[in-house]
Design a protein around this ligand. Structure first.
Ligand code: NAD
Length: 361
């Protein structure tokens, strides 16, 4: 749990994290319950995925969307994009509740009410089809294949995370090659599967765990990964621990049990309490590749397309994740943690962007 607790009032949570807007929506016809959080539009309109999840409570959903949207502000800033940070969540009524076109359209209308200040895309539980359904009701959505553009951003996220992992290996003195390295991956969904491909092609051995056996079977068959139990994956011996499922997986208690020199994965909000856990990792001599730095590839791809960047520029910006990670890991030597260093870089870029805007007006 980070600085704010779910029990704090919603306004208190917004004020502490610096949010601009938090909007709740209920669609009478479909029963859709959704929340859009806009953390910051200082650098521009905000692109962020829509997560469909069955939350244990409404407070959990609010907590998730507030944390995720703040992370998007940092992610866009650290990636040098002229964009703000936002995210949305759909509260599934039950775990096995299936997506429907009507639900997606209702969400599309909710997104449209922001007039472009918020641009939706995929996240956990939302695929290209859902995005295209949303796109029939709003032009402010990216990541579809037929009605909207951009497609699934996961391969780009995986590519960026791969660059971030390489920067971590070098910084930790483990060389610049994945050959013979062992990566333990929690979660082999859209991003995880692409990352398994890149890592095994580069010569790494990948141990995997997931709550969906079919996803494990796929990477075992396709990429020769090895299955590890969900209980063991985080503490199994490896060179890189790569959380690629949901957030909040690493906390102070777990840090002491980790059997790896590096933690670097694609999941958002990997650290339960980023300040404390980031510092605990540093103290334990474990290098942390900050999530919003290394997993920015998908955002760069969709936001870049939205901003009219060429394929060449998009590739170049994805490759830059390596340099940005190197810079942040170096900075992390003299700050409380690499997480703190990443926040510092993001905040500096936001301030510079704000100044440029002031001078221009
Ligand atoms: P996904 O839903 O396709 O995959 C997530 C996988 O994690 C699923 O296979 C699921 O079964 C598994 N999982 C969930 N809880 C688990 C648990 N407790 N233990 C083990 N496995 C578990 O989602 P994705 O698009 O691959 O995203 C994965 C993570 O990366 C998320 O945190 C997401 O926010 C983040 N992320 C994704 C993108 C993107 O481009 N898709 C971009 C940036 C960040």
């Amino acid at each position: 749990m980070d600085d704010m607790q779910e029990k704090d009032s919603i306004f208190e949570q917004m004020v502490t994290r610096g949010h601009e807007r938090l909007c709740f929506h209920h669609d009478k016809e479909t029963g859709l319950r959704a929340i859009i959080a806009i953390h910051s539009t200082v650098l521009g309109n905000a692109l962020g995925g829509t997560r469909r999840w069955c939350y244990a409570s409404e407070a959990d959903a609010v907590y998730d969307v507030l944390r995720l949207s703040k992370g998007m502000t940092y992610k866009a800033a650290v990636s040098g994009l002229p964009m703000g940070g936002a995210k949305s969540v759909i509260l599934k009524p039950s775990r096995d509740h299936q997506k429907t076109e009507a639900e997606a359209k209702a969400m599309g209308r909710f997104v449209d009410s922001f007039n472009g200040a918020y641009i939706a895309a995929e996240d956990v539980g939302v695929d290209t089809q859902f995005v295209d359904w949303m796109a029939t009701e709003t032009k402010h959505v990216m990541g579809g294949e037929t009605v909207s553009t951009g497609g699934d951003p996961s391969p780009w996220t995986a590519m960026g995370t791969f660059h971030g992992m390489k920067a971590c290996l070098i910084h930790a003195g483990l060389g610049d090659s994945f050959d013979g390295k062992v990566v333990a991956m929690q979660g082999v969904g859209s991003v995880g599967q692409n990352l398994c491909r890149l890592l095994t092609e580069a010569g790494a051995t990948v141990k995997v765990a997931d709550i969906k056996q079919e996803n494990i079977d796929f990477v075992v068959e396709e990429y020769g990964c090895t299955q590890v139990s969900n209980e063991e994956i985080l503490t199994t011996e490896c060179d890189i621990l790569a959380p690629c499922a949901l957030g909040g997986v690493i906390d102070g208690m777990l840090v002491q049990q980790l059997m790896c020199p590096i933690v670097c994965g694609a999941a958002n909000n990997i650290l339960g309490d980023p300040e404390e856990d980031g510092a605990a990792l540093k103290q334990a001599g474990i290098l942390y590749g900050p999530d919003f730095v290394v997993n920015a590839g998908g955002l760069i791809h969709l936001a870049g397309l939205h901003l009219g960047m060429s394929e060449e520029t998009l590739q170049q910006k994805n490759d830059e994740i390596f340099d940005t990670t190197v810079e942040i890991l170096e900075r992390g030597e003299s700050t409380a943690s690499t997480y703190a260093a990443a926040v510092e870089v993001a905040k500096n870029r936001i301030e510079r962007g704000q100044e440029t805007e002031l001078h221009a007006s």
